[in-house]
Write a protein that binds this ligand. Sequence first.
Ligand SMILES: [Fe+2]
Length: 157
Amino acid sequence: MPKMLWSPEYELGLEVIDNQHHRIVNYINDLYDVAEESASEEQLKEVLNNLVDYTLSHFAFEESLMEEAQYPDLQEHQLVHQNFSHLIEGLQQRFNQGEAIAQELASLLQEWLIKHIMTEDVAYVGIVKENLLGIPPEKHQSWVQSQLKKYFQYYHN
Ligand SMILES: [Fe+2]
């Protein structure tokens, strides 16, 4: 599978979310890199765990954003995240048991992410912009910052 290129058409216009999506794409590419380079098991494990962990944190962050904006289809969106989380956690487990699934995980996530951004994610953008950007910018900023701290404690955003 070729490396995944970020394209402006994947941008939703919410900077904090676009940055996270972009970062997931970078992690996917890191995984391709180490999977191809016959990197050490430790390296592979670290990159794979980062990818899965960051993606799950992103889901939690995105859900809190939708909840704060009172997005009416939050539950459906949560269910989509949940189902996909189970899928990637299952793969992560198989990896931990010694199966060579790194590339499979990278390409699954690659395919899923773009489809998800362009269908389910794009659907909440309007209401998030309207409801969150309706409050004073300083408040909006500090809410976003506190949620970033909460869900991404191990990452610099
Ligand atoms: Fe999502």
